[in-house]
Design a protein around this ligand. Structure first.
Ligand SMILES: NC(=O)c1ccc[n+]([C@@H]2O[C@H](COP(=O)([O-])OP(=O)(O)OC[C@H]3O[C@@H](n4cnc5c(N)ncnc54)[C@H](O)[C@@H]3O)[C@@H](O)[C@H]2O)c1
Length: 279
């Protein structure tokens, strides 16, 4: 199928890499105009160069003025904004509560929470006026389990979920929908970058993440940016016209639970403890 976003204009933050880049590519293939915002200018510009329907603009999403400017750019260049995918993000090493301070708290909350809040604030007037719009925020499985992400990151991603519901209710009367995507483990540069590697090396390392996928979640495949992009496409398109205030875990079954021990199933540890043959 194609053309599911024909005539629509999208703003995608963090579109230079990973999930954002995969979403830019899918949205363009589905007929959207796309404004890409990122801080990796050369990479972002190279993604935009693949289509006359894409433009790149430098935007540090921790700065409200930059987020507003991205939305203004969509309206000036393409006449409207129909979709906002607040996706930009990064991870940091987790060294426990003792390592958290005012600076790290503000940094992580600005990047993951305030950025999406600024997006809602500045997309809202345009979307309300046209009586349509789809905003997709980016949470994470880290908002579900306590061991899926760093502490501050997990707090921010949890707050994104509640903010998404708050916005969905406030904007619904004008048929503006707000939903969140919750990626599981997706093979992108984010992990290498968090460990201090450069973008190119991080992307190369992400390509080998499939080898550990079956240790991480029930489906023994590595999640790719495209897997998230497909879900974001649904939330962005008219196919989801009756969906708002929801969050969508796309995680290979990670949040559904652990795979039982293949020898003896869920009762194996108890059977061992009781000295009984689990079969
Ligand atoms: N990869 C995963 O496993 C995973 C899981 C759950 C949630 N997420 C979330 O998905 C989103 C995308 O992550 P990804 O895995 O594609 O990572 P990625 O590193 O491949 O891409 C993130 C992009 O965001 C950009 N960015 C970072 N800080 C920015 C800023 N201040 N302003 C503008 N752009 C900025 C980066 O330059 C990069 O292009 C993030 O919000 C991340 O927290 C990822």
């Amino acid at each position: 199928m194609s053309g599911r976003l024909s005539g629509k204009t999208a703003v995608i933050t963090g579109g230079a890499s990973g999930i954002g880049r995969a979403t830019v590519e899918l949205f363009l293939a589905e007929g959207a105009n796309v404004v890409i915002g990122d801080v990796q200018d050369a990479l972002g510009a190279s993604v935009a160069q693949t289509s006359p329907n894409a433009v790149y603009q430098h935007a540090d999403v921790t700065r409200e003025a930059d987020v507003k400017a991205l939305i203004d750019a969509a309206v000036e260049r393409f006449g409207r904004i129909d979709i906002l995918f607040s996706n930009a993000g990064a991870a940091e090493r987790d060294e426990g509560f003792a390592s958290i301070d005012e600076a790290s708290f503000n940094r992580v909350m600005q990047l993951h929470l305030a950025s999406a809040l600024y997006g809602i604030k500045h997309a809202e007037p345009h979307m309300r006026a046209q009586k349509s719009g789809a905003i997709i925020t980016t949470s994470s499985v880290a908002a579900e389990g306590t061991t899926y992400g760093p502490i501050l990151y997990s707090i921010a991603k949890s707050a994104v979920l509640h903010m998404t519901r708050l916005a969905a209710v406030r904007l619904a009367a004008d048929k503006v929908r707000v939903n969140a995507i919750q990626p599981g483990l997706i093979a992108t540069a984010i992990f290498g970058r968090a460990l201090g590697l450069d973008q190119e090396t991080s992307e190369a390392k992400a390509a080998v993440m499939g080898s550990i996928a079956e240790l991480m979640q029930p489906l023994p495949v590595a999640g790719q940016g495209r897997d998230i992009a497909e879900a974001v496409l649904y939330l962005a398109s008219d196919a989801s016209r009756f969906v708002t205030g929801q969050s969508f875990c796309v995680d290979g079954g990670l949040t559904a639970g652990q795979v039982p021990n293949p020898e003896g199933g869920v009762f194996k540890p108890l059977a061992d403890l009781f000295g009984v043959d689990p079969a």
